[in-house]
Design a protein around this ligand. Structure first.
Ligand SMILES: [Zn+2]
Length: 204
């Protein structure tokens, strides 16, 4: 398994290909080209916990192929027990050492949470509420009266940071690996406007 720094570099390079229209994704996606070699094993170099939004598929925005990414998608990129368990699975079984929690601009799940905070309707199903309730605590310190676009942008970022913290501290296994430097958990934001993934780190 490659190091977390090398894995991060691979994601950055893939995103650069994506935004410069030089994706190699289409050439490597077919079952014939990669799928046959993956029937017995897999060796994903990164875990991406991202939103279910149809415009943010990890494999495409990072220009990766079959077997490259262990992709977990849920509206609002929330961290609930099943997401933590999915990350543990990939870390333990496949030795993956990089986790990216990727939110994105103008996220519908975040917008739904803001609307519920501003005007509680109580009409959401308990299933949708289970998502909104996960996002809600990270937004309580934000100024709800500011310009809607700025509020949504701040809320998206606050939710990403909160999800990173929840994943870091929601699992003893992950926490111990992170402490030893054997696992890197990073937040990132995808821009629907530019296609760029902005990683929340100080690495180059
Ligand atoms: Zn979203």
């Amino acid at each position: 398994m490659i190091s977390n720094e090398e894995a991060l570099k691979r994601l950055r390079t893939g995103n650069k290909r994506f935004i410069s229209d030089s994706s190699i994704f289409n050439n490597t996606l077919s079952h014939k080209s990669r799928g046959n070699s993956l029937t017995e094993n897999q060796d994903p170099f990164a875990i991406i916990l991202g939103c279910s939004d149809s415009r943010v598929p990890a494999e495409i925005v990072f220009d990766q192929s079959l077997g490259d990414l262990f992709s977990i998608r849920v509206a609002g990129n929330i961290v609930a027990p099943s997401q933590i368990g999915s990350v543990e699975l990939a870390v333990e079984r496949f030795g993956t050492r990089l986790v990216i929690i990727m939110g994105h601009s103008r996220c519908g799940a975040i917008q739904a949470t803001i609307e519920e905070l501003k005007r509680p309707s109580g009409t959401q199903s308990k299933n949708l509420r289970s998502i909104v309730d996960r996002i809600h605590p990270s937004l309580t310190s934000l100024d709800l009266d500011q310009a809607p676009e700025i509020l949504l942008q701040q809320a998206v970022r606050a939710n990403i940071h909160s999800s990173v913290r929840q994943l870091e501290h929601g699992s003893i296994i992950l926490e111990q690996l992170a402490k030893k430097g054997e696992l890197l958990i990073l937040g990132a934001e995808y821009s629907l406007d530019t296609g760029i993934v902005d990683f929340f780190d100080n690495l180059t």
